[in-house]
Design a protein around this ligand. Structure first.
Ligand code: ME8
Length: 532
């Protein structure tokens, strides 16, 4: 059974509507999934929502709703946004679904029966917005305040002292150090890998408390062997990565999917994924070969110097960007996808601004990509009766060769960048080809060739070459901007031309004589902009 390429996003909290940070991880995951499908691989993209815990319980209470009704409402906002953004997930897991809650309970019982859990008192500090425990040793004191602040989000912590079930961590530390040092690619980018090594230089807390007393938090998965407790939300949520593929109820499917090839996360939850998660899998008896293959922790979208966050209330709403800022653009969602992945190298922090978005739209997409496609198809229509011209058997003339070679080199450049999860580098390579093709049009000047009947063959050759370049761009751009890629195919005349990545490494795949389609402007400007 071939291994399926398994990609995950975090399960987002449903305490409030999604913002661009959530859409960033999900768009990246979707692009990666589409890219591997384009390569002909079987892919499984999992996303979903994290619905338990104190933070959700409090948000529901503040909204005057029961947690059940509250999460059902918010989850719809995530699903609607993913639909708008064309997210091609294979599964959407909600942690309140019985398939998940039952599997979590089975895992808890197994760990308890195997003596892997300890019941003990715990004393420490809790960050409710992050749903994370901190020990005294890990904390930095708050300036001017007696209570310490969360090392991740800098908000005040609450003291916690209670009895619960614990998963030992310190005893697994030497195993984890050995594992991560012998798998240096497991956490990326390198800055985050080094951050992890830094965390592991200090002794880990003795254990992770994986339950909460029902008296304090009732909105959680009941602990099957202790009615006074519910499951800690992070323990419940991390397990989604194995409960969805069938760790408990479908071993055959699990074998095909697990281990995850890429866990895409933000850097805020590195500790949970790179420390707690492997320790938990190790406690379940999974061997090193079945540890996650790659944890990619990208940077933050910030507002000023602060992370954009639901709890801080400084968010940019993707729906507003798509429906209002990009109003009139037929491919607004794709423009948004392009902006997210092109603007900031994956792994670094970025700042969102409408101005930066509009600059990308008018420069990269309008002036460069849209212009190339429009000029190519219009000229084929005008000079070749709207039919893909013949590919001369002699191939390219010497002056055409650099463009052909640049086009042939593109798939490998994109592949190398995607392998390193460098989405912006992949897009940059595609856009470099777009720029070269536009320059080529200026030099080859088909409009001049059209005036000289003796140059009819040369004119066909130039336009056929351009049509091939546009085809190669449509294929490689597809994972990033699926609707735009489809529109380009329609303009090329669609037909039966194969659209796999391997086809972008072949020159001359368009069927000669195929009729081109209508060619409305892909990225209209100003008053011409009207939604599709
Ligand atoms: O942490 N910039 O959920 P969450 C970039 N439920 N990405 C951002 C971002 C920002 N400003 N803000 C959020 C949780 N994200 C847990 C996860 S997984 C088993 C449980 C993205 O709703 C980024 O991927 O707080 C970050 O890691 C995630 O949303 C946190 O989402």
């Amino acid at each position: 059974m071939p291994k399926v390429f398994y990609i995950t996003t975090p399960l987002y909290y449903v305490n409030a509507a999604p913002h661009i940070g959530h859409s960033y991880t999900t768009v990246a995951a979707d692009t990666l999934a589409r890219y591997h499908r384009l390569k002909g691989e079987a892919v499984f993209l999992l996303t979903g929502t994290d619905e338990h815990g104190q933070k959700i319980e409090q948000a529901a209470a503040a909204a005057g709703r029961s947690p059940h009704i509250f999460v059902d409402t918010v989850v719809e906002q995530f699903i609607t946004l993913w639909r708008m953004l064309g997210i091609s997930y294979n599964d959407f897991l909600r942690t309140t679904q019985p398939r998940h809650t039952q599997a979590v309970q089975a895992i808890l019982t197994r760990l308890r029966d195997e003596g892997k859990l300890v019941r003990a008192a715990y004393q420490g500090w809790y960050c409710t917005p992050d749903e994370t425990f901190w020990t005294e040793a890990e904390l930095a004191p708050a300036i001017g305040s007696a209570a310490p602040v969360c090392p991740t989000c800098q908000r005040l912590l609450e003291p916690v002292k209670e009895v619960g079930w614990h998963l030992p961590m310190r005893t697994a530390q030497s195993w984890l150090v050995q594992f991560v040092t012998s798998h240096p690619g497991v956490v990326q980018p390198t800055s985050r890998y080094n951050e992890l090594l830094g965390m592991l230089e200090q002794p880990l807390p003795e254990s992770l408390c994986i339950t909460r007393p029902r008296s304090r938090v009732s909105w959680g998965i009941p602990v099957p062997f202790d009615p006074e407790h519910v499951t800690y939300v992070w323990f419940d949520a991390l397990l989604n990565y194995i409960t969805a593929p069938g760790y408990i109820d479908n071993p055959t499917r699990f074998q095909q999917l697990w281990p995850a090839d890429v866990h895409l996360i933000g850097k805020d939850i590195l500790r949970h994924h790179a420390v707690y998660w492997p320790i938990l899998l190790h406690a379940l008896g999974l061997p090193d070969t079945l540890m996650p293959q790659r944890i990619m922790a990208h940077g933050w979208w910030k507002v000023g110097e602060q992370k954009m966050s639901k709890s801080l209330g400084n968010i940019v709403d993707p729906t507003v960007v798509i429906q209002h800022v990009l109003a009139g653009q037929p491919y607004a969602a794709d423009i948004y996808r392009y902006f997210l992945l092109r603007e900031v190298p994956f792994g670094q922090d970025g700042h969102f601004s409408e101005e930066a978005l509009k600059t990308r739209l008018s420069a990269d997409l309008g002036n460069d990509l849209g212009n190339l496609v429009n000029r190519t198809i219009s000229m084929i229509e005008r000079y070749c009766a709207g039919q893909i011209p013949v590919l001369e058997s002699i191939g390219c003339a010497v002056e055409d060769e650099p463009l052909r070679q640049a086009a042939m080199a593109l798939p490998n450049l994109v592949d190398e960048a995607m392998d390193r999860l460098e989405f912006s580098a992949a897009l940059e390579a595609i856009m470099r080809l777009v720029t070269s093709a536009n320059r080529y049009i200026e030099v080859a000047a088909p409009w001049k060739l059209s005036k000289d009947p003796q140059m009819a063959g040369r004119l066909r050759m130039v336009l056929r070459g351009l049509a091939e370049v546009v085809r190669i761009i449509a294929i490689t751009l597809d994972p990033f901007m699926p609707s735009v890629a489809e529109a380009i195919w329609q303009q090329l005349g669609s037909g039966t031309t194969s659209r796999r990545l391997a086809d972008s490494q072949q020159w001359g795949m368009l069927p000669t004589g195929q009729s081109t389609g209508p060619h409305p402007v892909l990225f209209p400007r100003g008053k011409d902009a009207t939604p599709a």
